[in-house]
Design a protein around this ligand. Structure first.
Ligand SMILES: Nc1nc2c(ncn2[C@@H]2O[C@H](COP(=O)(O)OP(=O)(O)OP(=O)(O)O)[C@@H](O)[C@H]2O)c(=O)[nH]1
Ligand SMILES: [K+]
Ligand SMILES: [Mg+2]
Length: 455
């Protein structure tokens, strides 16, 4: 009898081992982030999850699936109680990773968390998860496609509302579904083409098939082209719009950076040429992410250190998604020629980068002078804000202009078809569009046309 029991226990252990060899080991990690907190969530995924939950709760029976249960959580080797918390059992495949999963919601003190992690690590077949391993397992089991996994990563990193909206949309599979539809359209076109090649002589497949394939591919090429030409809005929203504050020395560029981020991030002084290094801050303007850089005043500097600062400032202007061009309102000549010269010296003539003109030090102007100047500038140049960094006057108008520009650059993440958010997407879609263009060109040539005839 004892022998039979021992054999069956050994059999169970072997079965367990074979199982874990086939399905991989069981991983665990703190999912709620690190540091002291009220509640920490520790997750496991893999075939050993049920056993781990039994060992740590000291109960042979698992709680009903997907229902929170209050349990004493013990160290299985010493039976010492580590905490009292909530546990959840998610049997696969109805879990995040598709595998058996368990969650332990414990008090978030470092000693409790490390005690539970140590207890889990002492169980055979369990090991700490590598970064991103839960999501990788969900991907491998078909619970998420790659775009959804990227969306999940973006959602965790999202710092503004617009970023959250875009990430959520991608995580819920909208981008994946769009690409899936394209992939199916192409597979179908390929099947029709191959059927034509293989069977057209038997008269089973008609000539029209070819023109149908041509129309499908042409439409798809156009759709992908339009999707690619979205002004990088998805990528801008994901990574933040890079705006640079540029202008002549001493006009109040660093004062503007400090006013916008509400802290003395950059040194302000009456000495022209104070800023040399680029000072960067991340901001949330109207729900859109903005990475704002303060730069050295643009002038022909003689000091080599300042020269380097000016070179860096120009580099930033060339790379920027948006330029905040700052001028001293009291020093701008109001007549068109003078204004044109002031703006022309500030921005490279070829730049197509969106720009906002900031007329600073408005407090130094008299009466209606400022408004008149702003309106004249706005008529001739980019959108213009009249501001005093000293008094804060005009800040609301500048923020509204900024939010407008950001909304234009990033678009509404909920409107229209989902945006591509990574250079990986544009790279592969670009290759796909080029291949479709080659196919159309070849098809056309073989029909006796020339490339010039294709519109
Ligand atoms: N009256 C007035 N003075 C201002 C205003 N904004 C900035 N200043 C002053 O202008 C001077 C230059 O300000 P900064 O912010 O250092 O100017 P900057 O453009 O960064 O200067 P550089 O880094 O040297 O190119 C400082 O003395 C500020 O206090 C303003 O709105 N009104
Ligand atoms: K200065
Ligand atoms: Mg400065």
């Amino acid at each position: 009898m004892a022998l039979r029991r021992a054999l069956s226990a050994a059999g169970r252990r072997w079965a367990q081992r074979l199982c874990s060899a086939a399905w991989g080991d069981t991983i665990f990690a703190v999912s709620s982030g690190h540091g002291r907190c009220g509640v920490a969530v520790i997750r496991t995924s893999g075939p050993g999850s049920g056993g781990a939950l039994r060992s740590l709760t000291g109960r042979p029976k698992l709680p009903p699936p997907r229902v929170l249960a209050l349990r004493r959580i013990r160290d299985p080797s010493t039976a010492e109680t580590l905490d009292r918390g909530l546990v959840v059992w998610f049997p696969g495949p109805r879990s995040f990773t598709g595998e058996d999963c368990a969650e332990l919601h414990v008090h978030g003190g470092p000693a409790v968390v490390s005690g539970v992690l140590r207890a889990l690590g002492s169980l055979p077949g369990l090991r700490p998860a590598e970064p991103g391993e839960f999501t990788r397992r969900a991907f491998r089991r078909g619970k998420l496609d790659l775009t959804a996994a990227e969306g999940l990563g973006d959602l965790i990193r999202a710092e503004t509302e617009a970023q959250r909206r875009q990430a959520l949309r991608q995580m819920e599979g909208e981008l994946g579904r769009l690409y899936q539809r394209w992939s199916e359209t192409l597979t179908q076109a390929l099947a029709h083409l191959e059927a034509y090649i293989d069977f057209s002589e038997d008269d089973n497949v008609e000539e029209e098939v070819l023109s149908q394939v041509d129309a499908t591919v042409r439409a798809l090429e156009q759709e992908i082209g339009a999707h690619l030409q979205d002004g990088r809005r998805g990528e801008l929203l994901r990574g933040g719009v890079h705006a640079v504050i540029a202008g002549p020395p001493n006009v109040g560029k660093s004062s503007l950076l400090n006013l916008l981020c509400q802290r003395p991030a950059a040194i302000v002084s009456p000495v022209a040429g104070t800023t040399r290094d680029v000072v960067e801050v991340a901001l949330n303007v109207g729900g859109y992410p903005l990475v704002l850089s303060d730069t050295a005043g643009l002038r022909d500097a003689t000091d080599p250190v300042e020269q380097e600062g000016v070179t860096r400032a120009w580099d930033r202007v060339r790379q920027a998604d948006l330029v905040l061009a700052v001028l001293d309102a009291a020093a701008v000549p109001p007549e068109p020629a003078g204004l044109g010269a002031a703006l022309g010296s500030l921005l490279p003539p070829t730049t197509a980068t969106p720009c906002i003109l900031v007329l600073n030090k408005a407090d130094l102007l008299r009466g209606g002078e400022g408004t008149l100047l702003r309106d004249t500038c706005a008529q001739r140049g980019p959108p213009t804000a009249l501001l005093s960094c000293k008094t804060g006057e005009g800040l609301h108008q500048l923020l509204a202009l900024l939010a407008q520009q950001l909304a234009r650059l990033c678009g509404d993440p909920l409107a229209g078809s989902p945006s591509l958010t990574q250079s990986r997407h544009s790279l592969h879609l670009g290759a796909c569009a080029a291949a479709l263009a080659r196919l159309l060109k070849k098809a056309y040539m073989s029909c006796g046309g020339t490339q010039g005839d294709r519109q």
